[in-house]
Design a protein around this ligand. Structure first.
Ligand code: NIG
Ligand code: FE
Length: 394
């Protein structure tokens, strides 16, 4: 049992409290029960006496739900610092860089891949990410995709098969699509919860994406899609049509795309990845348009060695507010409850009674400081399943 009191602002994401989208309770208390779930949230003055004995006073600091980073690529070898430097000297970003990481990944042992993925998951944990999704997609052969997914299971149960990231240099597109839908999927599905396709310029066409996602659905995998990152196209509407949990990137959207997402009534989330725009010097998508149309928006890091080599959800939130027209409340919601919706999880992303006790204590009086103080270390302590796993309360 753990009781925290004197929380300046507690973000619960419980709309039934009728305290805005974030369900904020001021001067709050939070109790974790012996089952490691949230047992009480409310005002400190209402905390049942039994809990008061060994409570910890947070002296006005804020508490938020753990971030749910629903889109990362942590299974890879090497890095692409030289490509980054060339890009900063004017070369444009293209999907082709994925093949550089493919070579480094194929040359890495499983132990090296696990160590790198764990290093990044741990880095994410220290900035408040308590759940993350991660993908294969840098192996691009049956053997290397299968071991990439095995590696992914070492860091998270939210694993995604992304054999269709790009066509590897040794293959022709049609042959490779057949391989992904056939033997590769067979060898990967048991370690994957989701299947994803990079449907964009330099990667896969809509018809190929449809075939691949449909093959995954037949084996019981949930669907996600990298769509409309580099140019306009049919990826988003395909994702909605097939009932994908999320269409990710959404950087180039038509009115038809926005309407399709809105008409899904939250079944298909639009996951925005502003650090990818930041690190490729691309135009940020306008989250305002999506939210005003009624689309459910998630925010994620897209951590990968090419387009977005960061695990920082506080940075993602700051960019969403400063460059994508989101309010502070919307950005924090999208990085927590929105990420949970993109993974179709109801046990995380909020702090209602019964939730998994995943939360962060901020070195600040409110969640607003996540965007107001960009680039500053603002996560004091992180709790996962009710246990302190990063930082400290001092
Ligand atoms: O989500 N867009 C496709 N995949 C990654 C980038 C991969 C890479 O450049 O290595 C992304 O941005
Ligand atoms: Fe990605």
């Amino acid at each position: 049992m753990l009781a925290l009191t004197g929380i300046g602002a507690l973000v619960t994401n419980d709309v039934s409290l009728e305290r805005g989208k974030l369900g904020i309770i001021n001067n709050a208390a939070l109790v974790v029960g012996d089952d490691d779930k949230v047992a009480f949230v409310g005002e400190t003055s209402q905390l049942p006496r039994d809990y008061l004995g060994n409570s910890i006073d947070l002296a006005g600091r804020a508490v938020i739900p753990g971030f749910v980073d629903s889109h990362t690529h942590l299974v890879f070898g090497g890095d692409r610092a030289e490509e980054f430097e060339a890009r900063m000297s004017g070369r444009p970003y293209s999907a082709g860089g994925i093949r550089t990481t493919m070579a480094a990944t194929r040359n890495s042992t499983n132990d090296e891949l696990v160590a790198n993925a764990r290093r990044l998951a741990n880095e994410a944990l220290h900035t408040g990410t308590t759940t993350l999704e991660t993908k294969s997609g840098y192996g691009l052969s049956v053997v290397d995709e299968a071991r990439s997914l095995q590696v992914a299971t070492a860091v998270t149960p939210e694993t995604t098969f992304l054999g269709a990231h790009v066509v590897p240099p040794e293959s022709q597109t049609d042959d490779y699509v057949a391989l992904v839908c056939g033997e590769m999927l067979q060898q990967c599905a048991h370690n994957a919860k989701w299947i994803d396709v990079f449907c964009d310029r330099g990667a896969f066409e809509v018809d190929h994406a449809r075939a691949i996602l449909s093959a995954g659905a037949k084996l019981g995998l949930g669907l996600r899609i990298h769509a409309n990152q580099l140019q306009h196209g049919g990826g988003v509407q395909l994702g909605v049509e097939l009932g994908a949990a999320s269409c990710d990137h959404c950087s180039h959207l038509s009115h038809g795309d926005i309407t399709a997402l809105a008409d899904s009534h939250g079944a298909t989330v639009a996951t925005l990845l502003p650090t990818a725009e930041l690190c490729t010097r691309s135009r940020f998508p306008d989250a305002r348009q999506l939210i005003d149309a009624g689309v459910t928006v998630a925010l994620a890091s897209d951590c990968n060695p090419g387009s977005s080599y960061t695990t920082s959800m506080p940075l993602v939130i700051a960019l969403a507010v400063l460059n994508m027209n989101m309010t502070c409340d919307e950005a924090v919601w999208s990085a927590t409850a929105g990420g949970a919706a993109a993974l179709r999880r109801t046990d995380i992303g909020h702090l209602k009674v019964g939730a998994q006790a995943d939360f962060s204590v901020l070195g600040a009086p409110s969640h607003i400081h996540l965007a107001y103080r960009p680039g500053v270390k603002i996560i004091d302590a992180v709790f996962n399943n009710g246990r302190l796993v990063a930082g400290s309360l001092r």
